[in-house]
Design a protein around this ligand. Structure first.
Ligand code: NAD
Ligand code: TYD
Length: 351
């Protein structure tokens, strides 16, 4: 199995789950190690016999082609992406390069490597991991579903929408066995602290100001990362080629509600007076083009594949806070990039 972007947040959680569960599968992790990826995330599987890391860019055709030749992948789970909306506002072209060109490169190299006579036998699968943000912004009512027309509004969501279209086009045109999953906002261990939940936890730990865009009224649907990884495993095992699956927590909160909830749980974990950290919240200038509401209807994946989230918000947030409190070394290492030295000392130097 080729896993792209396995050093990032969701990809590493996926590999940490899957590598021990499937010892007969070789997991090859292709990651270019941007600011968002680090190999500390994968320390528990680093020495596993069925896990292997390759440093490289998914847009590099030669690397991808050579990997297909060397490992004869039958499955690709494609996480690699530029994933942060605020960065896409500042610097959109890297989103086009990785999310659009990189995805098209993987699709094309899979097509070149795989035998079309076996496209319908279940031998191969290209799973493209995407987001509910491709559907745009909801008003106060309604849910996104697999048939909602695409209406991306940020450079990030436009690049993911484009990648989804390419994935489906390779399915339609060439018969490539493609599956797309569109998931809501994830949170959990190993998320880079630029995203809302880890940003709030980390800033609360340090008693730093917590910036909330606009009035904090935007609504997101939150899913614990382990539940997303379980959904991906379920779709890989039981999902049908050519299908799209909407995945989400069905746990919608305004940003202010969510932030207050997280802060109250941090206070509890750190034995601070109840409500103390709420004073850190500061309403700041809104994000340009800020989508108002996302909410995913997950009835298809529930009905057809029997998946449902196992963690409610309280369990997921408490587990996430506990992880960040126990992993201050990780936090420092990913922020100052000293994880690279740590990795070399731990692993490369010995081999
Ligand atoms: P992340 O930013 O934490 O990790 C991305 C990983 O991809 C990093 O390890 C990075 O080094 C790697 N990468 C980036 N560009 C690359 C390139 N050109 N070549 C090779 N590797 C590259 O992202 P994440 O939050 O783990 O998201 C993973 C996937 O899930 C993305 O496709 C994202 O769009 C999707 N998704 C994320 C969320 C969420 O809430 N985080 C929700 C739904 C869908
Ligand atoms: P984010 O975690 O960046 O995910 P996305 O934009 O993909 O949904 O942001 C989640 C929500 O939190 C979004 O409405 C923007 C808001 N937000 C803030 O209010 N302040 C912040 O510092 C950040 C990072 C996000």
């Amino acid at each position: 199995m080729l896993v792209t972007g396995g050093a990032g947040f969701i990809g590493s959680n996926f590999l940490l789950r899957m590598a021990p569960r499937y010892p007969k599968v070789l997991f090859v992790n292709l990651d270019s190690l941007t600011y968002a990826g680090n190999l500390m995330n994968l320390a528990p599987v680093e020495k596993a016999e069925n896990y292997f890391f390759v440093h490289g860019d998914i847009s590099d055709r030669n690397i991808v082609r050579n990997l297909f030749r060397e490992y004869a992948f039958s499955t690709i789970v494609h996480f690699a992406a530029e994933s942060h909306v605020d960065r896409s506002v500042q610097s959109p072209l890297s989103f086009v390069e990785t999310n659009v060109l990189g995805t098209a490169t993987l699709l094309e190299e899979a097509r070149a490597a795989w035998n079309p006579d076996e496209f319908e036998t279940g031998r191969y699968r290209f799973h493209h991991v995407s987001t509910d943000e491709v559907y745009g912004s909801l008003g106060p009512e309604g849910l996104f579903s697999e048939t909602t027309p695409y209406d991306p509004r940020s450079p990030y969501s436009a690049s993911k929408a484009s990648a989804d279209h390419f994935a489906r086009a390779w399915g339609q045109t060439y018969g490539l066995p493609v599956v797309v999953s569109n998931c809501s906002n994830n949170y959990g261990p190993r998320q880079f602290p630029e995203k809302l939940v880890p940003l709030v936890i980390v800033r609360a730990m340090k008693e730093n100001e917590i910036p909330i865009y606009g009035k904090g009224e935007n609504i997101r649907d939150w899913l614990f990362v382990a539940d997303h990884c379980e959904a991906l495993e379920t779709i890989l095992l039981s999902g049908a080629d050519g299908e799209t699956y909407g995945v989400g927590g069905e746990t919608c909160r305004t940003n202010l509600e969510l932030v207050h909830f997280v802060l109250d749980r941090v206070d509890r974990a750190l034995n601070r007076p109840e409500g103390a950290s709420r004073a850190l919240v500061s309403l700041v200038k809104d994000r340009p083009g800020h989508d108002y509401r996302y909410a995913m209807d997950t009835s298809k994946v529930r009905r057809e594949l029997g998946w449902r989230p196992r963690h409610d918000l309280l369990q997921g947030i408490d587990a996430t806070i506990a992880w960040y409190l126990e992993n201050e070394e990780w936090l420092k290492a990913v922020l100052d990039e000293s994880w690279r030295r740590w990795y070399n000392e731990q692993y490369v130097a010995r081999t």
